[in-house]
Structure formats: C-alpha cells, structure tokens
Design a protein around this ligand. Structure first.
Ligand SMILES: [Fe+2]
Ligand SMILES: [Fe+2]
Length: 196
C-alpha cells in the first residue's frame, strides 16, 4: 500500500504526538517529585521521559523515511489525556495510560501496519509497546509504594539502602531521614522495588 494513503502514516503521527506529550507530562511529574524531595524517584521519571522522546524520534524518523519529501503536514484527530492530580494520583493516571498504550493502542497500530504491508513499522510499534509495559510496572510500583508509605522501608529485616548522592550504604530496616555523610534527604536514597 502507498504510505501516503495509509492508516499507518496517521498512526505514526499519532504515536509521535502521544510520545511527545507523555515525555512532557513526565517532565512535569519529575519536577513535582523533585519539589517534594523525592530526588531518586524524580530521576527514575526523567529516565521514562527520555525513553518517550526516543520513541517519538523513531516514529518521526519512520514518517520521514517512508514519506520522503511528499510529507508536509499530517492531519490527525485523536484524544490525548489531560488529567492531573497530586504526585500519587498522577503516578496512577500515567500507569493507566501506559497500560492502554501497551495493551491496546500500539498492538492495534502494529496490526494495521502489518495489514498494510509495513512490517518494520509493525515491529517498531511492538517494540515500543513492550517498553510501555515496563513503564506501566515502574509507575505502578512507585504509586503503590508511595501510597503505602513504604518507598524507603524493608519488608523483611535489614536492607542495604544506598544514597544516590554520595554512595553511602546504610544497613537498616528503613533509609535514614537524612544521609549521615552528605546530609541529603531520604529522597536521595535509591528506591528498590524488591523491597515492597
Ligand atoms: Fe513511549
Ligand atoms: Fe511510556
């Protein structure tokens, strides 16, 4: 099928728009986490934002590669999320968004691309969808740990908590309120999902 006439062209543009917006929302979320003292969480969320921009770039590159000089503007109609809330709520909202991308949106884009004969685009949507699943899990874990207030708590005895600022390791049931070496807050301690 001719790329210009394809649904895949539109889906790539929708994917590009979605990834850019997701990347922006994650920057907002990372800032919120940082302002509340969750330094390490903020860094994790910035990594997700970075991943989304990498996805956006791949979609953009595909459009340029397949559309060549024929592409000027692509008109798309789609719904994009604008829900917000406090940090805990936003983590949950974004986990749900990731789930939708991983379970329905990208798999359906991949099916369409395969039907239209764009196998490499289908593979790209499938690969991105797998990453979105890992994002979903990360955000769910952060949401769960934050809502239960167990981000820095071991669930069975002593654990080695590492300060991401200075590298100090503290063996205890929970991370200290401030790092004894560099005096940074608890939010600098690494979040270990195996704890909860
Ligand atoms: Fe993404
Ligand atoms: Fe994602």
């Amino acid at each position: 099928m001719d790329f210009q006439q394809s649904k895949t062209k539109e889906n790539l543009a929708r994917g590009f728009a979605a990834e850019c917006q997701e990347g922006a929302r994650y920057q907002f979320m990372a800032k919120m986490a940082q302002q509340q003292g969750y330094q390490y969480m903020s860094m994790l969320i910035r990594t997700l934002a970075h991943n989304e921009m990498a996805h956006a770039q791949q979609f953009f590159n595909k459009i340029v590669e397949l559309g060549g000089t024929n592409i000027q503007n692509i008109e798309i109609t789609a719904g994009y999320p604008f829900r917000s809330g406090d940090l805990c709520e936003v983590l949950k909202i974004e986990a749900n968004n990731e789930q939708m991308s991983a379970e329905s949106i990208y798999p359906s884009f991949a099916d369409t691309a395969r039907d239209e004969g764009f196998k490499d685009v289908a593979d790209l949507f499938d690969m991105v969808s797998k990453v979105e699943r890992t994002h979903q899990r990360t955000l769910e874990k952060l949401h769960e740990s934050l809502s239960k207030n167990i981000l820095y708590k071991s669930n069975n005895g002593e654990h080695a908590f590492k300060c991401d600022e200075c590298g100090t390791i503290i063996r205890d049931k929970c991370a200290p309120k401030t790092c004894p070496l560099c005096k940074m807050g608890q939010g600098y301690f690494r979040i270990d999902f195996s704890l909860n």
